[in-house]
Design a protein around this ligand. Structure first.
Ligand code: SRM
Ligand code: SF4
Length: 569
């Protein structure tokens, strides 16, 4: 598959769709206006992704619907574009309102620092997008074959460099936005629906068929690798001297997704190819992105990410092509050191004197339940907060830029709703991620978000017994091997294969620089916990000074397993 140039093979169906879409318009407007069904066509649902929208259905209701001879319970997922995960209180209040009025009453914080709505009925799409537009939010390029939501460390008040890096991330996000007017026409201005004259667009950077596949960028500031920089197609690792941002090491070709049992698909860590000064971010970004645009595989979408372009053609070839396009040579990469992936929970004071409070939010799910009114609490905070909110790559939320006078007010609301101690939980819970999976994700093979609480309870029992309750151990669960919670970078990864069947991965490190390995190809949740119980007990007894769980597994059980026959997924 890999040696043949992609151009000689037939193009995938999506390429034809994009080319014929008149810069992402297609027939979306007409189909959204059609009230006879809650769905849109397969073609349109491929195109709406570029507008941040996925057609989904409630999979819990599928059987019942068939019985009743009704169409599936369709609803859309909408993903907001939110570079660096920043939103103002005014924006938050609008999102919260829209979640209640136009979606399923919850907001979901994602692993790429943004919000998702679920269960949006077709008739609610326009009001929702227009509501977002009123507070200057959009969902352009939140999904689709383009540069996705750009990640950056969440708390700029930690240092002036954090603020500078956030600005650069935002700037690259704007730079790499598609230029088509389709989004505004369809969702905001109604030009097409009203039969307005078709405008022609240009996409100087993307061209009419955009990229072969999604493309993800993230900025990290060592020693924190909270954004998992090596999982990004394009990563910028800040090199800081004293309080000065010297520039970035550039990392290319990371990605998580794979298919079980298909060795031609695999998770891959990005390669560091050199160093650039801060003024070169967009130039290098443009060179990397257009190299992938021109050389990525447009015939096979399972082989179309940048990681495969690099794997097939070689990193030296790739670097030379990027340098040719950028018009300069990269400097040698500078030394850096990542020590953690964790969010710093609780209250902290920034260098500018303001405070931020990092809240732990399990799986990023914000909703009210009978006994826990988290959504109400956050709304009340947004009503009085004068700073902003920062979403983290670990699905958490930071109340950021809080003044000394405001701090007791915010703290009072957190206490009133029992949110003030969200971070006083076991180490494994505070380091757990899960993807959405069932019931909304059409690709889920197993439960994830809904399985996480039970899985954590079981692990907590084992860890309590071993005296390891407070040890930070990263656990990531996904409902399939696409890897939306970056499970291949977890010390313990559960990757869904079938209902209550998971491939169990072990031994990544706690700074996101080593992938984990398959430990057991197919286990139920109970079997997985049972398999790991002796490992956890052994860790408690045999770990070396300061040794993390993932490193311990790498040194012991995985090394021992290598000597024995290797399991395959
Ligand atoms: Fe993802 C597809 C949810 C981060 C790799 N992802 C999906 C879809 C849209 C399912 C679909 O295509 O029908 C999921 C929607 C579920 C739902 O009901 O909401 C979905 N992905 C998510 C989110 C919401 C997970 C979460 O619980 O937070 C994350 C949203 C991120 C965002 O705000 O933009 C999310 N997805 C990721 C990540 C992590 C990251 O980017 O840091 C990855 C792995 C990194 C990577 O891309 O390699 C990821 N998602 C995928 C893939 C596999 C892509 C691949 O080329 O390997 C798919 C499937 C696909 O694209 O065909 C996918
Ligand atoms: Fe869906 Fe799979 Fe992503 Fe989970 S990992 S949200 S199941 S695509």
């Amino acid at each position: 598959m890999s040696s043949e140039p992609a151009a000689t093979k037939p193009l995938s169906a999506n390429e034809g769709l994009k080319a014929a879409s008149r810069f992402l318009r297609g027939n979306i407007a007409n189909e959204v206006a059609d009230a006879s069904t809650g769905a849109i066509s397969e073609e349109s649902s491929q195109l709406t992704k570029f507008h941040g929208l996925y057609l989904q259905d409630d999979r819990d209701l599928r059987k019942e619907r068939v019985k009743l001879k009704q169409e599936k319970a369709y609803g859309f997922m909408l993903r907001v574009r939110l570079p660096g995960g920043r939103c103002t209180p005014e924006q938050y209040l609008m999102l919260d309102r829209l979640a209640g009025e136009r979606a399923n009453g919850s907001l979901r914080l994602t692993t790429r620092q943004t919000f998702q709505f679920h269960g949006v009925l077709k008739g609610n799409l326009k009001p929702l997008i227009r509501g977002m537009h009123q507070v200057l939010l959009d969902s352009i390029a939140a999904c689709g074959d383009v540069n996705r939501n750009v990640m950056a460390p969440p708390n700029p008040e930690r240092s002036p460099v954090h603020q500078q890096v956030y600005e650069l991330a935002k700037n690259w996000s704007e730079f790499a936005l598609p230029k088509t007017r389709a989004y505004h026409e369809i969702w905001i201005d109604d030009e097409l629906v009203a039969g307005g004259e078709q405008k022609e667009d240009e996409e100087p950077m993307y061209g009419p068929t955009y990229l072969p596949r999604k493309f993800k960028t993230g900025f990290a500031i060592p020693p924190s690798n909270d954004i998992d920089v090596f999982s990004q197609d394009l990563g910028f690792i800040a090199i800081v001297e004293g309080e000065k941002l010297l520039g970035f090491n550039v990392a290319v070709g990371g990605g998580m997704g794979m298919s079980h049992g298909n060795a031609e698909t695999f998770p891959r860590l990005a390669d560091v190819i050199g160093f650039i000064t801060p003024d070169k971010v967009n130039t290098i970004g443009h060179a990397v992105l257009t190299t992938q645009r021109d050389f990525g595989d447009r015939s096979n979408r399972r082989h179309a990410r940048l990681k495969y372009t690099i794997q097939d053609r070689g990193i030296e070839w790739f670097k030379a092509e990027v340098e040719r396009r950028a018009g300069f040579k990269l400097d040698a990469a500078r030394p850096y050191n990542f020590t953690t992936i964790a969010d710093d929970y609780g209250w902290h004071r920034g260098v500018d004197g303001s405070w931020y409070c990092m809240l732990f939010i399990l799986s990023g799910r914000i909703r009210d339940t009978e006994d826990w009114k988290m959504r109400t609490a956050l709304r009340e905070i947004a009503q009085v907060h004068r700073g902003d909110f920062r979403l983290t790559p670990s699905q958490n939320l930071s109340i950021s830029g809080v003044s000394e006078e405001q701090k007791p007010v915010i703290e009072g609301i957190l206490r009133q709703y029992n949110l003030h101690e969200t971070h006083r939980q076991s180490g494994i819970r505070l380091n757990a991620l899960s993807c959405v999976a069932l019931p909304t994700c059409g690709l889920a093979l197993a439960e994830s978000e809904r399985a996480l609480p039970g899985l954590l309870d079981k692990f907590e029992n084992v860890l309590d017994e071993a005296g390891l309750r407070d040890d930070a151990i990263s656990l990531r669960v996904t409902g399939c091997p696409n890897g939306c919670a970056r499970p291949f970078l977890a010390e313990i990864g559960f990757v869904g294969k079938a209902p209550n069947k998971y491939a169990l991965y072990l031994g990544a490190n706690y700074n996101g620089t080593r992938l984990n390995r398959l430990f057991a190809p197919s286990v139920t949740i109970d079997e997985g916990v049972a398999l790991l119980t002796p490992v956890i007990k052994r860790y408690a007894l045999e770990r070396q000074d300061g040794e993390r769980f993932g490193d311990f597994c790498h040194r012991t059980v995985l090394a021992e397993q290598t000597a024995a026959p290797v399991a395959t997924a």
